[in-house]
Design a protein around this ligand. Structure first.
Ligand code: ADP
Ligand code: MG
Length: 588
């Protein structure tokens, strides 16, 4: 028999989606406090929230005659009409937070607006909300929730231990606090304070350390939102923090994402993190950090899930690109700075000769020394370089004083041993050359500069069927990178031009086509072709190099945007400091 459910049952069903565990109650109440413009939010929990949850704020408060209706389902002050759903600027909007909590717990709400002399208290349980009674209270709202799931024993069984539930609450609140530095947050459990974050206008350091741990907190690089066009994707502003390559994790769990102040559970942007990180570190490692995306409310639809922990982006591709660009610009800037440090370069002597203004400043406050290094013009991403800029860059390369780095020897035909007079510097010749070639190819191709060098004696290669197919798929990208191959009968190609800039070095075509099949995580199709092209057109391990060649290679490496890693993410340079040597000799 089909029948309409009674209101109480309907309320329980609806509440089931919103209030899953004690954390859900904290989340709904804290979101309400933030929406009410609070500058101070304190949360007090007992027995993991199973005994009681209390959230107090100093926000707008609720007027006496609205106190009862606030508990009705679908009652909200945040939407007036259905079209408002297209531009939601508040965390709540469904009007079911308080109703859902009251459906499964006892709720006492005390609230006072700025215009009232006294506060009012309402008790709500199930579908009932008592008439407001006057009570002495400070301006703002205090909500006390007890007997959670007292009337839904089945739900109670799914709840973990008080400790586990409290950990969830604590992690959530500390994370949320990252997006609201202007709000003071405090949390206590069973009467003992867990944390108390003061309003932080300048620095998030304390909150970051709480979420990511004290040491990783230091390793976070700030993503500067208005860092030139590379961090901006039109009306999308990306800011936040990303971990320094080398300090990373094996999983993606600490890749936190806020969109317009809303903490999401989504993994939608995991690909963008990886893509940005791929050429900076080993491929199985994951960066961590927190991203704040700000975009016009119309660009994102949060009305996807009852807990509002997921969103739909109107233009997901743009979001992905903006995030990838912002992260990789931050990592590139950092890599350049670390490279200069690693090689202890004297400030370049040609900083101003071509009228370059020194507008780039380093994010971590490295001071004049580092910003000098950026003045070379290599800190901008290749996309932003015009053909003209590429030419200047080329000219500059010759002008820049050779770094104070002396090549000492080649080891095992594989590593270059050098020194700056202080430390031993080891360079992987293949990885280093790969990086240099990769960036050169990217820059030239993106700038539309001539990239191909016609061969005096074209040669013919024959491919297996699957190779030919792979090759055909990348023909366009190949051509834009300087490899010109003409079909020459079935599955055979005549190579008429190879990428410019490698002199007499022979382009290893067979190995290259073989490599096209491999995915290099994170690089887009064209970049993958370029990385592969770079890999197979440069010196290999096991090749003897002249001193002059080694010097030229180091000089070029220093000028790379990301000199510390090859395009596949392997390190190019290792530096042995005197104190490390001293330890080896048991001197200290
Ligand atoms: P929603 O947040 O989706 O609007 P809720 O059921 O959570 O729905 O809250 C209902 C209404 O009660 C809100 O729209 C708001 O007007 C009011 N309200 C709830 N909590 C607070 C608070 N802490 N401060 C001020 N107003 C509040
Ligand atoms: Mg709400």
């Amino acid at each position: 028999m089909i029948r309409l459910l009674d209101e109480t049952t309907v309320g329980h069903i609806a509440a089931g989606e919103v209030v899953e565990r004690p954390l859900s109650v904290v989340k709904e109440l804290v979101e309400n406090a933030l929406d009410a413009g609070a500058t101070r939010i304190s949360v007090a929990v007992t027995a993991g929230g199973l005994a009681s949850i209390e959230v107090a704020d100093d926000g707008s408060g609720i007027a006496r005659d609205e106190l009862q209706i606030a508990f009705a389902r679908h009652a909200t002050s945040k939407l007036a009409r259905s079209s408002d759903l297209e531009s939601i600027a508040t965390l709540g909007f469904r009007g079911e937070g308080l109703a859902a909590i009251a459906a499964v717990a006892r709720v006492r709400l005390i609230s006072r607006t700025r215009y009232d002399e006294v506060g009012y208290v309402v008790d709500a349980h199930g579908l009932e909300a008592s008439a407001p009674q006057p009570i002495a209270a400070p301006p703002g709202t205090r909500v006390i929730v007890s007997e959670l799931f007292g009337n839904v024993p089945a739900r109670r069984e799914f709840v973990s231990s008080p400790t586990a539930e409290f950990t969830r609450i604590s992690n959530f609140l500390a994370t949320l606090a990252l997006a609201y530095p202007e709000v003071a947050f405090s949390l206590s459990h069973d009467g003992r304070p867990t944390f108390a974050f003061a309003r932080a206008t300048a620095s998030l350091a304390e909150r970051l350390a709480h979420v990511f741990g004290p040491a990783p907190g230091k390793a976070l690089l700030p993503i500067v939102p208005d860092d030139g066009p590379s961090a901006r994707g039109g009306d999308i502003v990306v800011s936040g923090y990303v971990s320094t390559p080398g300090i990373d994790r094996s999983d993606r769990r600490m890749q936190l994402l806020f969109v317009n102040g809303r903490l999401l559970r989504t993994t939608q942007l995991a690909g963008a993190w990886s893509a940005a990180y791929a050429t900076f570190a080993l491929s199985h490692r994951q960066p961590f950090g927190v991203l704040f995306l700000d975009l016009a409310p119309g660009g994102v639809d949060p009305n996807v899930h009852p807990t509002k922990s997921d969103v739909r982006f109107r233009r997901p591709g743009d979001i992905h690109d903006a995030v990838r660009r912002a992260i990789s610009a931050t990592l590139a800037r950092n890599a350049t700075a670390r490279m200069r440090d690693a090689l202890s370069l004297a400030p370049p002597v040609v900083a101003d000769r071509n009228g370059y203004s020194n507008s780039q400043t380093s994010a971590d406050g490295g001071g004049a020394y580092r910003s000098q290094a950026f003045a070379l013009g290599y800190a901008t991403s290749p996309e932003t370089q015009t053909a003209h800029a590429a030419e200047i860059a080329e000219a500059r390369l010759l002008e820049v004083a050779t770094p104070e780095l002396r090549v000492l020897a080649q080891l095992d035909d594989t590593f270059i041993l050098a020194t700056d007079g202080r430390a031993l510097v080891l360079v992987d010749q293949h990885a280093a050359h790969e990086r240099v070639a990769f960036e050169a190819i990217c820059t030239r191709a993106r700038a539309g500069a001539p990239v191909a060098e016609p061969l005096l004696v074209p040669y013919v290669v024959e491919l297996e069927a699957d190779e030919a197919e792979r090759f055909e798929r990348s023909r366009d990208a190949l051509a834009s990178a300087g490899l010109d191959a003409e079909p020459f009968g079935e599955r055979a190609y005549r190579i008429v031009a190879t990428p410019a800039g490698y002199g007499a070095r022979r382009f290893d075509f067979a190995a290259y086509v073989d490599d096209l099949g491999d995915e290099i995580a994170g690089l887009d199709a064209r970049e993958r072709v370029w990385a592969s092209l770079a890999c197979h057109s440069v010196v290999r391990a096991g090749e003897a190099l002249e001193r002059g060649e080694m010097e030229a290679l180091l000089a070029r490496l220093v000028l790379c945007e990301n000199p510390m890693h090859c395009p596949h993410g392997r390190p190019t340079i290792v530096r042995l400091e005197p104190d490390a040597l001293a330890r080896m000799f048991k001197r200290s």
